[in-house]
Design a protein. Structure first.
Length: 270
């Protein structure tokens, strides 16, 4: 069942570029990204033996991932894990204010919650209602997206089952998933990943996780400590800026304008 995450990650990456629910991704950009991702993961064609096992593997995957499972799982994630987090954030105006101003939330660290809410209301009188409606619409949109992806994910999993299991193993696995207990396991195992108990444990383990991140950062810093310190654009001499911009076929002003637009987009996409 953990294989599911391996398939969802690249597909989900395609859905990330739109900074807000109401701003659809550019189809051309999404298609380019999909093509680039596909080229990153070349696969060998199935052997004749694997092709022969593919029908059995496909039938098995249909039992392991019953129709609608993907949509149910992502809906459960929102209800059990993400909704409580959004509910907490929805009580203050900093996230929407940061989006409206085009700044990061860190830049509003000194602003109180009530002041941020009032400021957000000046810019968008309906920001609270907008947040509520987006929170309601997001699970529906994700459900539809994952339901649309389900056939492709099942097809890829069927090929992997045909590759990694022989005919006898596929038969044995099918026996279990053909039982009532196997069918219940197939349906519930995905949904259980969104159980609040799991989210609660992850929150309790946050100190250990953060310590692990700190240790990882320290190890990365130690591994690159003898390398030259990277310079930012603003640390370059004007002549170097002109040279760098020329390498990219731009003027210094054009490059700085592009950099500013990227910074603004990053701040907007909170």
């Amino acid at each position: 069942m953990k294989l599911f995450g391996l398939f969802v990650a690249p597909f989900a990456a395609l859905a990330l570029p739109a900074p807000a629910l109401g701003q659809p991704a550019n189809p051309d950009v999404t298609a380019e990204r999909a093509e680039a991702l596909g080229e990153m993961f070349p696969v060998e064609p199935l052997t004749p033996e694997q092709e022969a096992r593919l029908p059995a593997a496909t039938a098995l995957v249909e039992k392991i991932i019953p129709p609608g499972t993907m949509g149910e799982m992502v809906t459960g994630m929102f209800d059990g894990f993400l909704s409580p987090i959004r509910a907490i954030e929805g009580n203050e105006g900093k996230p929407p204010l940061a989006k409206l101003l085009g700044v990061s939330r860190g830049q509003l660290a000194s602003v109180g919650g009530e002041a941020a809410a009032r400021a957000a209301t000046m810019l968008d009188p309906d920001w609270q209602l907008r947040e509520e409606r987006e929170a309601e619409a997001m699970p529906r949109a994700m459900n539809a997206m994952m339901s649309a992806l389900e056939p492709a994910i099942k097809s890829a999993m069927a090929e992997m089952y045909a590759i990694h299991f022989d005919a006898d193993e596929l038969r044995d696995i099918d026996v279990f998933f053909s039982t009532e207990s196997g069918a219940a396991y197939a349906r519930k195992s995905f949904v259980m990943t969104a159980d609040p108990r799991f989210a609660g444990v992850m929150m309790e383990a946050m100190p250990e996780m953060m310590a692990g991140v700190a240790n990882m950062q320290a190890e990365l810093q130690a591994a690159t400590a003898d390398l030259a310190t990277p310079r930012s654009w603003y640390e370059l001499e004007p002549a170097e800026q002109d040279k760098l911009a020329g390498m990219l076929g731009m003027s210094r002003e054009e490059l700085e304008a592009s950099m500013s637009s990227v910074d603004a987009e990053a701040a907007y996409d909170y």
